[in-house]
Design a protein around this ligand. Structure first.
Ligand SMILES: Cc1cc2nc3c(=O)[nH]c(=O)nc-3n(C[C@H](O)[C@H](O)[C@H](O)COP(=O)(O)O)c2cc1C
Length: 332
């Protein structure tokens, strides 16, 4: 039901952009800028926040923006506003990634249902208790498909071991990649009061295990895993049919939809991007697993949280006023 009588106000659009700021982003860099212009919302890439050593292809940057684009549309759907989106509308501006416009009619109910998960979703790097049920996995796969991507669940210990080996190789290569260790340090040791980066409260105090990115130790407990990894969580690979910027943007939208739907199902999730950041391991991902079709864009870890696991605090975000571009000047 369209709950907004008449035209969608600037306040409604602003409120939705505020929600979009909660989107996940690589190292919590928040590489986006927004412009509200004539009843539309523009999403721009902020390439000053590009992690040159970690993300040489800018895949993570575009995926992060795609996640914010989906958060925006889900937030608008949540207040009864349907939207249409034009991706990469201006061939002259590679930074303008999308323009979103309110559309007539009611929004999609399945998208509206995701709005309430925006505030609750967290990246959880702790040990998990058990993987999603197959019905839950099907629901998540549906959300990926609706956004032009596919979810490939990595099943069986042989495939899991293959994927873990690829993740391990990516981690080893990055340890020696120019700029990677410096970027890891910069985005985990922010200045006091910073509104970006990954605080110690969200990093485990043991070194990363089982293919998770090795951040500098933080304050989260990481109990020793009692059982084999695949009994505790599931790893899925999100793929797209092609690997151009538009597909990477859609991969980010699909990632957002999957993570929000997972949150609604009570699942914890961790995006894992190391294996796609390096050309060689991305190729290995594409070929190491039987039946995987398309271009790998992201690995996602999913599972039910351990019994009694404490709620995680929210990571900080830069306020809207820091990321809002001025309206365009028009000829009188
Ligand atoms: C494209 C992308 C790549 C990411 N890669 C990783 C990763 O490799 N390891 C990890 O622990 N978190 C990863 N994250 C999660 C971010 O660190 C997280 O979204 C950010 O710190 C904000 O925290 P939040 O998700 O709890 O809001 C990634 C997120 C995105 C969107």
């Amino acid at each position: 039901m369209n709950k907004t009588a008449g035209p969608v106000t600037r306040g409604t659009l602003m409120g939705a952009v505020e929600h979009a700021l909660r989107a996940p982003s690589v190292h919590n860099t928040q590489p986006w800028r927004w412009r509200l212009d004539g009843g539309t919302v523009e999403l721009h890439a902020d390439r000053t926040r590009h992690l040159i050593g970690t993300d040489p292809d800018q895949r993570d940057l575009v995926l992060s923006c795609g996640a914010a684009l989906h958060h925006l549309r889900a937030a608008l759907a949540g207040v009864g506003v349907a939207t249409i989106v034009e991706r990469r509308p201006d061939p002259e501006s590679s930074d303008l990634l999308a323009v979103v416009r309110p559309a007539a009619g009611p929004p999609d109910e399945r998208e509206a249902a995701l709005a309430s998960a925006i505030a609750a979703r967290r990246t959880d790097r702790r040990a998990l208790a058990h993987p999603p049920e197959s019905a839950e996995m099907r629901r998540l796969a549906e959300y990926a498909t609706r956004h032009g991507a596919a979810l490939y669940p990595v099943t069986g210990s042989v495939n899991r071991a293959r994927l873990t080996a690829v993740l391990g190789e990516a981690a080893t290569r990055q340890r020696f990649a120019e700029g990677y260790p410096a970027e890891l340090a910069i985005w985990t040791r922010r200045y006091a009061g910073a509104r970006d980066g990954i605080p110690a409260d969200l990093r485990t105090h043991a070194a990363a295990a089982h293919g998770l990115r090795a951040f500098p130790p933080g304050r989260l407990p990481a109990p020793p895993p009692p059982r084999s990894p695949e009994e505790r969580d599931a790893l899925v690979i999100l793929t797209t049919p092609a690997d151009d910027t538009e597909n990477q943007l859609r991969a980010g939208e699909a990632t957002s939809a999957v993570l929000l739907a997972a949150t609604n199902l009570g699942l914890s999730s961790t995006p894992l991007s190391q294996a796609v950041e390096i050309e060689r391991t991305r190729q290995q991902l594409a070929h190491a697993l039987p039946g995987l079709r398309g271009c790998p864009q992201l690995v996602i870890r999913l599972g039910h949280p351990a019994a009694g696991a404490a709620a995680l605090p929210a990571t900080p975000r830069r306020p809207l006023s820091w990321v809002l571009l001025p309206p365009r000047e028009r000829a009188r």
